[in-house]
Design a protein around this ligand. Sequence first.
Ligand SMILES: Cc1cc2nc3c(=O)[nH]c(=O)nc-3n(C[C@H](O)[C@H](O)[C@H](O)COP(=O)(O)O)c2cc1C
Length: 320
Amino acid sequence: MLHLTKLLNITNPIIQGGMGNISNAPLTAAVSEAGGLGTIGCGTMTPEEVEKIIIETKERTTKPFAVNIPISVTKFVRDLVDLVIKHNVPVVSLSAGNPAPLIPILHEHGIKVIAVVASVKHAKKAEEAQADVLVAEGFEAAGINSSLELTTFTLIPQIVAAVKIPVVAAGGIGNGQGLSAALMLGASGVQLGTRFIATKEAPFHDIYKEKLLTANDIDTVIIGRPVGKVRRMLKTPYAHKLIQQEQKGMTEEEYLDLTSEKQHYIGAILGDLENGFINSGQIAGLISSIPTVQELIESMMSEAKQNIVNVVSEFEVFSL
Ligand SMILES: Cc1cc2nc3c(=O)[nH]c(=O)nc-3n(C[C@H](O)[C@H](O)[C@H](O)COP(=O)(O)O)c2cc1C
């Protein structure tokens, strides 16, 4: 199996997960410049909007970066595929839908494909469809989640045992401890969303970042279970309105309307927590600083290395 970093041509096994409509060029390029893999999140943006971000990202970095296409969220799947081919984007991540029909088209143009999965069954299917890398995302994660509700700690070793391609752990990772734990479970790297929001380069409102700094372990909530869809967000006045609406009875149409990218933009970019929501994973409680992307990635790498050394020396003590 080719090592993740060699496969993606990156230095550190850390991916910044795509964040629909909001993970823009400065964040994506900063992560790639720091040796990780930055990802532009297409969300519901038009191909023209995404194209501008791809061009700006290329102006900011010559290092590899990815574009995330959330299949069932965007109505522009085919146009976005054409766009990444046009711009020779080196890596595409496909989430929220069946990646199989798109993989051969991307491969034909030398584009590496990451498939985001949340169960062993979907992992095997993505491997059969020739995905290069799997991101296995646990239920701890921010944003749209799988209603299967498997957690990262259980998902990673089971998927690693079931496939031969590299598996990247996502959901609940926020520091070097999380990185080293994921590697111990057999992952080849990690994908982070929530932790990257609280960085200097992240294009989010300061209120969003401050909310993450003060959040604790129980400050996120799942919305949408009654309609069979799930999204994890921070507890805010808008999230409370959604909970009340859910208790009164919410149709799928209402859910999709109330949790659309528009409300996400209002919360995350405009910082209006009465009229918009902010995605967050359960790891928010661990966040206590707003470093630069480079500081975050460097500290994660050194902390993970130290952790692994410590674990090895503990085992040496056991075996005396
Ligand atoms: C604000 C935000 C928006 C997100 N949007 C998307 C998206 O459009 N597509 C996607 O595949 N994942 C999306 N995610 C999930 C991340 O890519 C990543 O897999 C996840 O956040 C990892 O879990 P963590 O939040 O515990 O680090 C989003 C996450 C956040 C925080």
